[in-house]
Design a protein around this ligand. Structure first.
Ligand SMILES: Cc1ncc(COP(=O)(O)O)c(C=O)c1O
Length: 377
């Protein structure tokens, strides 16, 4: 057997990581401005993370959700504190797509309705409803196609109002990334998120905040949606919450009452996954990483804005998009990687580079990246 070929790959094998550096099998060191796709939030092999996960593994790695799991309760308390929503409820699963799938399913259960509003440029994952709510027909299989998802232009308040006016009593929920990631780092306008909140309130629909990529402190607030100053009914998280361990979660508003049968999972919230997420939350709390991400991001963005050859710098905190003047960022990304030994990310907009480094990346790392980038521009 061999791996199913689903991605074009760089001819590289990463075998070790520490902080914001990774090493290949030839001993070559790379600066990770990509955070392994927004996943590495507290740095590779952080000592507290390694210790906590190892200790847990030596005790017990997994037992089923048919018994009480103390690390789940501890994580719910810590994430409630870290996210500033201590009265919300935690449901754990294993991937971003699964978190969004469950969030939309929950909205449908709670409202008894079928329609989901999603936006152009969105990416919510590859499971059935998550992919149906993703604006990329190329990844939607025939079996996933549905009339239950209504796509609207991103940021268009009028279109949203009209849709609610016409179909408000059929809409179960509105799902939106606080900052579109795959779509090329597009920040949702604060007034738009407020409008979603008020229309959902008026029509009894749920506001689902997809914080899979833009959450967990990356934007300088725990959820990037928080910049709008209104609460969502459900937040979904994955990527940075486990620093590489496959953990995902829903943070569910207190007004949503759980019922047996609504949600369920075998692996979600297991002891080892909780240990990983707890280690991340503890480091974030201890080291003030959310504020640090905001400050480092401001520095990076202001320096990037001084450079030539760039059409626009977008984002918040350490979720940054650099839109180049050229058609395609691939040659520049390749040069960064192979000549300057720096990882950055791409996006569905070909000329946009994504920066998604660990939240504790230093100013010196940023300067090293900026120097290399300047030379290539
Ligand atoms: C905003 C957003 N939602 C959902 C997902 C899906 O997450 P996963 O790949 O863990 O299923 C992604 C992945 O890139 C994402 O960026």
């Amino acid at each position: 057997m061999k791996p199913f070929d689903v991605y074009p790959l760089y001819d590289l094998e990463i075998v070790r990581g520490q902080g914001s550096y990774v090493w290949d099998d030839q001993g070559q060191k790379y600066l990770d401005m990509y955070g392994g796709h927004a996943v590495i939030s507290i740095g590779h092999t952080h000592p507290h993370y390694v210790e906590r996960v190892t200790k847990q593994l030596n005790k017990i790695g997994f037992y089923s959700n048919s018994v009480r799991i103390a690390p789940q309760r501890e994580l719910a308390e810590k994430l409630g504190r870290l996210s500033g929503k201590p009265d919300y409820q935690l449901f754990m699963c294993n991937s971003g797509a699964e978190a969004n799938e469950n969030a939309m399913k929950l909205a449908s259960f709670v409202t008894g309705r079928k329609k989901i509003v999603a936006f152009k440029g969105s990416f919510h994952g590859r499971t059935s409803l998550a992919v149906a709510a993703t604006d990329n027909p190329a990844i939607v299989a025939p079996v996933n196609r549905t009339d239950n998802v209504i796509f609207l232009p991103h940021g268009d308040e009028k279109a949203l109002e009209e849709t609610f006016a016409q179909q408000g009593n059929e809409i179960a929920g509105v799902i939106i990334e606080g900052i579109q990631g795959v779509g090329g780092i597009v920040v949702a306008p604060e007034s738009f998120l407020k409008k979603i909140r008020s229309l959902c309130d008026a029509c009894g629909a749920l506001y689902i905040a997809d914080a899979v990529q833009c959450g967990c402190g990356r934007s300088g607030k725990y959820y990037s949606h928080d910049w709008a100053g209104v609460n969502a009914d459900i937040y979904t998280m994955a990527k940075g919450i486990g620093n590489g361990f496959p953990v995902a979660a829903l943070s569910i508003a207190p007004h949503i009452a759980p019922k047996y049968g609504m949600l369920g999972t075998t692996f979600g919230g297991n002891h080892l996954a909780c240990a990983a997420a707890l280690a991340v939350a503890e480091v974030m709390l201890q080291d003030g990483l959310i504020e640090q991400a905001g400050q480092t991001g401001d520095y990076l963005m202001s320096e990037l804005k001084k450079l030539p050859g760039i059409r626009e710098v977008r984002g918040r905190g350490l979720m940054i998009g650099i839109e180049l003047d050229t058609e395609d960022s691939a040659p520049l990304r390749k040069k960064l990687l192979f000549d300057h030994k720096i990882f950055v990310g791409s996006s569905s907009k070909k000329n946009v580079i994504r920066l998604l480094p660990a939240l504790n990346i230093t100013k010196a790392h940023c300067d090293a990246f900026l120097d290399a980038f300047k030379q290539l521009l």
